[in-house]
Design a protein around this ligand. Structure first.
Ligand code: GTP
Ligand code: MG
Length: 196
């Protein structure tokens, strides 16, 4: 059901946020974690969202609309050390504004690179979400780079660290945009938001 998503807006400032009336599912996480790739994988669109091996490639909030039913939202990544402090904080203030004010936001999906695991900056972002009562799901990305055993270890480690997180919606899904693993499960979770 997500394969008809089309890019409709790229937003760099608070005043330009589009006023769609459909449920939105937003993808957040560190730079280079695989947000744009995952949006392409769930929409089965190879050329939709811009993917790059250099971090910080998505610098605005990008909206992909699926026939007026649902919108997927690609958020700029955090923790990109080469971005100037000023531009990094202006992205973050845009992201924070979006997360705090967007009435149509039905689900925030927070991506964690399975090879890297949870970093302090992810924990800080999750604390911010908890503090502001923003519900979120966790998705482990790039699991094609791990053996099944390594994946189980990372999943248990992450589960251990998020035990007390009240805003976290389970399950935690492992995905690979490359092999397609976990994509069906994620599409299923995302699709539920339309019915909520
Ligand atoms: P920013 O926009 O910079 O925040 O990055 P992003 O989170 O959108 O990441 P993006 O999708 O651009 O991917 C970053 C890099 O990771 C690219 O080189 C991708 O090819 C690679 N990548 C993304 N998903 C996967 C995956 O599932 N497996 C593997 N092996 N590589 C992946
Ligand atoms: Mg991106």
């Amino acid at each position: 059901m997500l394969s008809k998503c089309k890019f409709v807006a790229g937003v760099q400032d608070k005043r330009s946020l589009p006023d769609f009336l459909v449920p939105e599912v937003a993808f957040a996480g560190r730079s280079n974690v695989g947000k744009s790739s995952l949006i392409n994988a769930v929409t089965r669109n190879r050329k939709g969202a811009r993917v790059s091996s250099s971090p910080g490639s998505t610098r605005q909030i990008n909206f992909y609309l699926n026939e007026g039913v649902l919108a997927l939202v690609d958020l700029p990544g955090y923790g990109y050390s080469k971005a100037s402090k000023e531009s990094a904080s202006s992205y973050m203030s845009l992201v924070e504004h979006y997360l705090l004010t967007r009435e149509t936001l039905h689900r925030l999906v927070l991506l964690i690179d399975s090879k890297v695991g949870l970093r302090e900056i992810d924990m800080d972002f999750m604390s911010w979400l908890e503090e502001h009562c923003v519900h979120y799901s966790l998705v482990l990305t790039k699991i094609d780079r791990l053996t099944d055993r390594e994946f189980d270890d990372v999943l248990s480690a992450v589960q251990g660290r998020v035990e007390g997180c009240c805003m976290l919606l389970r399950p935690i899904i492992g995905t690979s945009s490359k092999s397609g693993k976990g994509i069906k499960e994620l599409v299923h979770e995302v699709s539920k938001c339309v019915k909520e």
